[in-house]
Design a protein. Structure first.
Length: 586
């Protein structure tokens, strides 16, 4: 799925290509046509659409598409008296080609009078590698520093270098996923299914998967929860390039384990229908690559990221009681009818009913293992189809390893809309931090208990109180959850301690949020995630340093001669931490 390959396939099959949102394309075209053009680098990971953007800019500015398709690595286009140089992929250039180009590029972007401008496409690592390996002229050195600054902070202090950079990997993949779903499922060539014999009664699994992907309304739970998984992955640092999102939608619609390469063609449908295995084409399985051989799914980055949520393996007693005993248990009869029997295609299929009955009647180990397989598929289906009205009753996010993901998404949505963070989220974060900082099951959630062991900040148990920091704003102190102003996407814990000391921030990914939630409810920090535990102890060490700085500013570090005041942490009957002063004479 490279841009050049896609263009050849489109010409061969004579179909209209899908059109995806590309606001950067319009911005670049307008900028290069304008009075003050600036050279631009498009970077990102493989599959983000860098070459696509370059080609679109080339054609919008009047470039000949035939010339583009001839495969020249460097394209030049006259725009009035100016020249635009487009490099569709910097990594394709040999070292001698890239060295010469980068020297010219650096010289032109450092020269305000230059009439030559550049549009480069390059992956992060390749871009920096090419800059470092180029001849070390003063201009190349300056440009290399500017590019590093733009990659890290998105700003550069060197105003003499006329260069902008866009990192496509920072674009929200959840929005792009929705656009791809709408474009693929809404393509006009689907009309051919109306005259297909395999879909005479609407039983074609390809057509059924497309119908489910479209959904019944704009707020369809399947699309919303799929994009929520993508958003959570992105917030955990796992980016989904456009190429992977296209692969995800294609696999979701076409997946079946008995088809060649695990992907159905129209010619496979009749055979699959005759075998009675249409249920194995379930779109809810295909999202996780269950149609592929396990070794292939595990090696495919796309499915590795989605399977990190454990959907299908994770469950709750209430969900499994519904799926296993719902057919016979009056307490679950209504929900079983609505959530399982109501879906005869991928829910209450003959295969599921047979495996369920065999399991309940005391099947042997082989049959029991088969039922666990279909039970996994039903958990996956429930995650995507459970109505919002039932999501709380069945603890939807208990079907994943991120039980607090729903609360995390609510926090992210609220701070993006400049609304108050749910109080339960802030209380949970503070309680989790307190238990990590002290190593005790403290219940304080209106103040942060900053504790130490006396000499070693990484100690598992810290009985000495360093300071109590108010969570609600009081005396210049406050603990809150805010948006990351650097990218507007991330979530941070912000700790303010007066105007003289800079605020301290802790990035709050879904994994760290989950860790704090588990600790807040009583899990042992070191047994759940050693990495998160060490990250939060490092955060505590930063707070201890800032406390020491504030004491120096306030003059509180001095003590009466011959006396040392220690404050030990005691837990009262309600589990709240409170100080007990001990004066030691030395």
């Amino acid at each position: 799925m490279y841009d050049e390959s896609i263009q050849r396939a489109l010409r061969r099959h004579k179909i209209r290509p899908i059109t995806l949102p590309a606001p950067l394309r319009e911005e670049l075209v307008e900028m290069f046509k304008g009075d003050t053009p600036v050279s631009h680098i498009i970077t990102g990971t493989a599959g983000d659409g860098k070459t696509y953007h370059c080609r679109e800019v080339w054609t919008e500015l009047g470039g000949d598409i035939t010339s583009w398709n001839q495969g020249d690595k460097i394209q030049r286009l006259a725009i009035g008296e100016r020249t635009l140089v487009i490099v569709k992929d910097l990594s394709e250039l040999r070292d001698d080609e890239s060295d010469e180009l980068i020297v010219e590029f650096a010289r032109d972007v450092a020269n305000p009078a230059s009439q030559t401008f550049y549009l480069f496409a390059a992956n992060h690592g390749q871009l920096l590698e090419k800059l470092k390996s180029a001849p070390s002229t003063p201009e190349v050195t300056r440009v290399g520093k500017v590019v590093e600054d733009l990659l890290v902070t998105n700003v550069s202090a060197d105003e003499g270098i006329a260069l902008d950079l866009t990192d496509l990997s920072r674009s929200p993949a959840a929005d792009m996923a929705m656009a791809i779903i709408n474009e693929v499922t809404g393509h006009e060539d689907w009309v051919g299914c109306d005259s297909c014999n395999a879909n005479g009664d609407g039983s074609c699994p390809i057509f059924e998967n497309r119908r489910r992907l479209i959904g019944d309304d704009q707020d369809d739970p399947f699309k919303r929860r799929l994009t929520e998984l993508i958003e959570l992955s992105e917030r955990n640092g796992s980016h989904f390039p456009v190429r992977q999102l296209l692969a995800l939608v294609a696999n979701a619609i076409l997946g079946h384990p008995d088809a060649r390469d695990g992907l159905m063609s129209c010619n496979d449908v009749t055979t699959i229908q005759a075998s009675g295995k249409s249920d194995l084409a379930s779109i809810y399985r295909n999202v996780f690559g269950e149609n592929l051989k396990p070794s292939k799914a595990e090696k495919t980055e796309l499915f590795r990221k989605l399977n990190a949520f454990g959907i299908g393996a994770e469950t709750s007693n209430r969900v499994d009681n519904l799926l296993v005993y719902g057919a016979d248990d009056p307490a679950y009869a209504a929900d079983y009818a609505a959530l399982v029997l109501n879906d005869p295609v991928y829910g209450a299929t003959p295969a599921y009913a047979t495996a369920q009955r065999s399991y309940l009647e005391g099947a042997d180990d082989g049959d029991r293992s088969g039922f666990l397989g279909v039970l996994r598929a039903q958990r996956q289906r429930l995650f995507f189809t459970l109505p919002d009205a039932k999501a709380a009753d069945y603890d939807l996010w208990d079907l994943t390893v991120f039980r607090y993901a729903g609360l995390y998404l609510a926090v992210a949505e609220n701070i993006a809309a400049r609304q108050a963070v749910p109080r339960e989220a802030l209380n949970m974060v503070v309680r989790g931090l307190n238990r990590i900082f002290t190593g005790m099951l403290v219940q304080n959630q209106d103040e942060l208990v900053l504790a130490t062991s006396g000499s070693y900040s990484q100690s598992k148990r810290s009985p000495l109180l360093d300071e109590l920091i108010s969570v609600p704003r009081s005396g210049g102190e406050e603990v809150s959850i805010v948006a990351d102003q650097a990218d507007g996407f991330g979530v941070l814990v912000k700790l303010v301690r007066g105007s003289e000391i800079a605020p301290v921030f802790l990035p709050l990914s879904p994994t760290r949020f989950e860790f704090l939630g588990r600790v807040a409810e009583g899990a042992l920090p070191s047994s759940f995630s050693l990495e998160c535990h060490e990250d939060l102890l490092a955060f505590k060490a930063r707070l201890l340093r800032e406390t020491e700085n504030r004491r120096k500013l306030d003059g509180d570090e001095e003590s009466p001669d011959g006396e040392l005041v220690l404050r030990f942490i005691e837990l009262n009957s309600n589990g709240r931490a409170q100080p007990r002063r001990v004066i030691v004479r030395v």
